[in-house]
Design a protein around this ligand. Structure first.
Ligand SMILES: [Zn+2]
Length: 427
């Protein structure tokens, strides 16, 4: 009898133990990270300003692509931060397809994003339209992205994650009012400190089970355009320099993929500098701003104490058709057709990632964050698509560059925000 009790107890203990192990395996979170140098090795055309026709003259700082892969059970999301302007000229679909095929992924599992630096190469695969060096660069970039994603997936290990927020003054609303000769208010791209701007710095801390820091994923809303249109050197500009600062500060083993938040109407506080000002020990503006932003990311990181080794991963990918701008509205002569916009939403425990395939203005990002059911919501623009500027309805009264060049009707922004919030609730 006694032997039977001992035996049964042992069996019970074994069952409890094995189910606990099983549960731990089921709920445990895995993460893998990688970085690859994507600095052009030939002179290339630079993207972001139509007036710049010549090839790049040198390298100010190197460009990288950084990958963060997360897995829980069979669910997986892969976030890619690329130090380029965006995957324009149809390259988004081609490169995404190649990645999805290579790793047998579903569209909702990939967030292919660009930091939107205007000091990086034009991304183009069309030999008739692009410079040969840029076409070659883009082909190599595709292969490098695949290599880096493969490395991140090979490096998957048990992780804990925690999130936090800070604030940075590095970006500023750029829709500045001036008065023309007749005394009428006009808008130009300048500096408008009273304008709306989401100054939040969102940070995700990722540690290994021995508490070793593995990666810090972050998001901040500004254009990376501090170098301006007279610059011909390659640079990651504000986001790229911040990534580099964080990685150097925290140690070479740490990965710091950065993402551009809702920044369609936001520029760096200092922008358009024809050359680097170094007189009297002055730190060049892009370096100063990148360092300030990177320092805030590190500051927030230090304050994140609670991290969790579990949490479900879910994601949804959806293309929505938004109304195009009707003829007659804001310098538009003809009716714009409906404009598709790709939305990718992902969940990692109580953190949400919102990938938007467009150039999104501040109010839209703020509206999504305010209505998000998640504790932390990262807005990742220039992600899985390149649908141009999308601006909130109230700005259609005053116009300005972003509204004038947008293909969207004034009602589109509200529809987008509503759709994103509904998708977040479904995660
Ligand atoms: Zn832009």
């Amino acid at each position: 009898m006694k032997t039977l009790i001992i035996r049964n107890t042992l069996i019970l203990l074994f069952m409890v133990f094995s189910s606990t192990v099983l549960m731990a395996q089921e709920t445990s979170l895995l993460g893998g990270f990688a970085r690859i140098n994507i600095t052009p090795d030939k002179r290339v055309t630079l993207s972001g300003y139509a007036n710049r026709k010549d090839l790049s003259t040198g390298i100010h700082d190197s460009l990288s692509a950084r990958v963060a892969a997360f897995q829980s059970k069979s669910d997986k999301i892969i976030l890619v931060s690329t130090d380029v302007i965006g995957f324009y000229s149809g390259t988004d679909e081609i490169i995404r397809d190649a990645i999805l095929k290579q790793f047998n992924l579903q569209p909702q599992q990939l967030f292919l994003a660009a930091i939107h630096t205007h000091a990086g190469p034009s991304i183009i695969l069309d030999k008739k339209r692009g410079h040969a060096n840029n076409v070659e660069y883009t082909q190599t970039l595709q292969q490098k992205l695949i290599t880096a994603i493969g490395q991140a997936l090979d490096n998957l290990q048990p992780i804990s994650v925690g999130a936090g927020n800070g604030s940075s003054p590095v970006g500023v609303n750029r829709r500045e009012v001036y008065y023309d000769e007749a005394g009428n208010p006009r808008l130009w791209i300048g500096r408008n400190p009273d304008g709306v701007h989401d100054k939040q710095v969102s940070v995700l801390k990722i540690t290994a089970h021995d508490d070793k820091l593995l990666a810090v994923l972050w998001e901040y809303a500004t254009h990376s355009t501090s170098l301006g249109w007279e610059n011909y050197t390659i640079s990651g500009d504000v986001h790229g320099l911040a990534e580099q600062f964080i990685e150097r500060y925290l140690g070479a083993g740490v990965f710091a993929p950065g993402f551009a938040g809702a920044s369609g109407d936001i520029d760096p506080w200092y922008r358009v500098l024809p050359g680097f000002e170094t007189k009297n020990g002055w730190v060049p503006e892009p370096v100063l701003l990148g360092t300030m932003l990177g320092e805030e990311v590190v500051h927030v990181l230090r304050k994140i104490e609670a991290t969790s080794p579990s949490g479900p991963i879910r994601s949804i990918y959806k293309t929505i058709e938004l109304p195009g701008k009707p003829g007659g509205e804001i310098k538009t002569t003809m009716d714009h057709p409906k404009v598709p916009l790709n939305i990718t939403v992902g969940r990692l425990g109580d953190v949400a990632f919102v990938g938007l395939g467009a150039e999104v203005l501040s109010d839209i990002g703020l509206a999504i964050k305010a209505a998000s059911p998640f504790k932390h919501t990262f807005i990742i623009t220039h992600c899985n698509g390149t649908a141009d500027y999308i601006a909130p309805q109230h700005l259609y009264v005053e116009g300005g560059y972003e509204v004038e060049s947008s293909p969207f009707a004034s009602t589109a922004a509200d529809m987008l925000a509503k759709e994103v919030v509904q998708l977040l609730h479904k995660l």
